[in-house]
Design a protein around this ligand. Structure first.
Ligand SMILES: Cc1cc2nc3c(=O)[nH]c(=O)nc-3n(C[C@H](O)[C@H](O)[C@H](O)COP(=O)(O)OP(=O)(O)OC[C@H]3O[C@@H](n4cnc5c(N)ncnc54)[C@H](O)[C@@H]3O)c2cc1C
Ligand code: SF4
Ligand code: SF4
Length: 545
């Protein structure tokens, strides 16, 4: 190992000016590489740079770096499913850096001043319909590019599903408001209680001088079970249930509650039911327990399942409800399930159905039917269809008729242009994703396309061409110190089930700095450590203690 100092690369005069950051930004010429965390983030947030800024105690810089790429850092810092961490090189030593929690910290501690409004350098105005993560990201990028941007939202509050559905104990209201007030200060105008197709049309937007429109209305919903007993009292559709609770209309629940479904929505519902007074909460889903990247396994992330279990939710995998039963004929009091298993070597039986391309086998014998008592069911299976929600084109254009298949917008999934000039459309699951950060990435691509359209350029899809730097376990030198990841301080389960407020409390400053110091700063320092066998004193102070 060679230990030197990066300061040797600089003149004495320069060292006096930039000593704090030189090894963040200027050490070695190979800085055009992407670190894997950056490549893993659909928004390409400059993770190494913001994490290093936290390590050095410069929280305002960390906040500024995050916001260059991510207009909703508070929301993402609470509930992003953080694919960046799956790629983190630190995993070859011990555990990935807690990037998502550090992003939350940067947004909370570094956001000390309101931004100045973005300079209006272009005459054109753009309308964005829908204020969810996709719409707000496009609006933010376009306002930064100098356009006038107005967002039209059907709901009474902006923010999409994060603001109207995701429970406060996962994502508190102040985190959403912090992001939205930052965007409003940048110059985005948001009008609520206005529904396209009812209160305004694409034609009326054109008359108001909007040169381009982005439709970002989220996903189509498919609520309600399609099995016998689905209409019984006590069988609740999940979105209405969660929306009511989010708006402080809280029903009192008692007895045994079953949430049906295997993703984040069902888990949010199960944890909410515990807070509303249920004596027992079960979560039943057709997938098996195991690595979520494998088809056939529960799609919800492991940390959400663990959070639910810590609070007392009982997870019951490999079950498909066949019927909701009632003694009175009006109110539910039971569920009949069928047991299924993923088709793996050694498992035999009739294929029941496929989940994300993976076959599930129907179990035989007396144990194949499982009947339980249930006082309430929250039905949260297959809530979203794999389709964007785009209101009828005839309604949008303000022309009566024109409904049906022929009236649907056709969307280019690389550029999000539609067959109507000047109209673009993005949203939940219109492309690959069903998470906030993917919806945001779609909004970003659409903003690039809209800018190109308004600049009369040919629209070309956005692609990242930088090379990624990944480290293999055999490259890791023994002298690097192994350090546990700082866990998120959170309420004890007995306390958390009593509150609808946030249960994850956020890092204290020293905790965030300690966690950030674990980062290998791959784009810079890891190049030296792993490729040149060299570690400087500044980096050694972080990684060798
Ligand atoms: C309970 C639940 C928990 C979730 N948890 C997570 C999580 O932990 N992490 C994660 O990454 N993702 C999570 N998701 C998924 C995430 O919320 C979505 O992927 C994301 O919100 C999609 O963003 P969007 O902008 O495409 O759509 P949306 O958030 O649905 O926003 C669309 C907006 O358009 C508005 N709109 C609709 N129709 C009209 C109209 N006609 N006129 C004007 N406005 C209209 C809507 O009111 C809404 O505000 C969760 C979803 C649910 C339901
Ligand atoms: S937005 Fe999500 S994926 Fe991107 S850096 Fe933040 S936590 Fe990671
Ligand atoms: S160690 Fe740091 S720079 Fe490297 S991948 Fe992880 S977060 Fe990114």
């Amino acid at each position: 190992m060679v230990v030197s100092t990066t300061l040797n690369y600089y003149s004495l005069a320069r060292r006096r000016v930039v000593p704090a950051y030189i090894h963040v930004e200027r050490c070695w010429p190979k800085v055009d590489k992407l670190s894997p965390c950056e490549a893993g983030c659909p928004l390409y947030v400059d993770v190494p740079n913001f994490v290093q800024a936290i390590a050095m105690g410069d929280f305002q810089k960390a906040n500024a770096v995050v916001r260059e790429k991510n207009p909703l850092p508070s929301i993402c810092g609470h509930v992003c499913w953080h694919p960046c961490e799956d790629e983190c090189n630190r995993d070859v030593l011990d555990k990935p850096i807690a990037i998502q929690w550090l992003e939350r910290f940067a947004a909370e501690k570094g956001n000390t001043t309101k931004p100045l409004p973005a300079a209006r350098t272009k005459e054109d105005k753009v309308a964005v319909i829908g204020s969810g993560p996709a719409g707000l990201t496009a609006a933010s990028d376009l306002v930064k590019k100098g356009y006038g941007v107005t967002v039209f939202e059907a709901s009474s509050i902006p923010g999409g599903i994060p603001a109207t559905v995701i429970p406060n104990f996962m994502l508190p209201g102040e985190a959403i408001r912090a992001d939205i007030s930052y965007l409003e200060a940048l110059g985005i105008k948001i009008h609520t209680n206005l529904r396209v197709g009812k209160d305004f049309t694409l034609a009326s937007l054109r008359q108001q001088g909007f040169k381009a429109t982005l439709i970002a209305c989220g996903a189509e919903r498919n609520e309600g079970a399609k099995i016998p007993g689905a209409n019984l009292a006590g069988v609740l559709p999940v979105m209405t249930f969660l929306q009511d609770v989010k708006m402080d209309r809280r029903p009192i629940l008692s007895g045994k509650v079953w949430a049906i479904g295997g993703d984040s929505i069902a888990i949010a519902a199960a944890r909410t039911a515990l807070r509303l007074g249920a004596s027992e909460v079960h979560l039943a889903c057709l997938e098996a327990r195991g690595d979520r990247s494998q088809p056939g396994n529960i799609p919800a992330p492991a940390w959400e399942l663990e959070a639910a279990e810590r609070e007392g939710v009982q997870i019951e995998p490999s079950l498909v409800p066949q019927e909701f039963t009632s003694k009175t004929g009006s109110k539910i009091n039971g569920i009949n399930f069928k047991r299924v298993m993923p088709l793996t070597p050694g498992v035999k039986g009739k294929i029941y159905r496929t989940v994300r391309g993976f076959p599930l086998v129907e179990m035989d014998g007396p144990d194949s039917v499982y009947s339980v008592k249930a006082d309430i069911v929250i039905y949260a299976a297959s809530v979203f269809q794999a389709k964007r929600h785009i209101p009828e084109l005839g309604d949008l254009l303000g022309t009566p008729g024109g409904k049906g298949k022929d009236a649907a917008l056709q969307v280019n999934k690389d550029t999000f242009e539609t067959n109507v000039p000047g109209v673009f459309a993005v949203g939940d699951r219109s492309g690959t994703g069903s998470h906030i950060v993917e919806a945001m990435a779609e909004g970003r691509t659409a903003a690039v396309s809209i800018d190109q359209y308004l600049s009369s350029q040919y629209i070309i899809p956005l692609k990242e061409s930088r090379v990624e730097l990944t480290i293999k376990p055999e490259q890791v030198p023994a002298y690097l110190t192994r350090k546990p990841r700082w866990e998120m301080p959170r309420l004890l389960p007995a306390e958390s089930v009593k509150t609808f407020e946030g249960v994850e409390l956020g890092y204290k400053e020293w905790q965030a700095m300690e966690e950030a110091r674990r980062c290998l700063n791959c784009r810079m320092c890891a190049n030296c450590i792993f490729e040149r066998g060299h570690i400087c004193k500044e980096t050694g102070r972080r990684l060798l203690v």
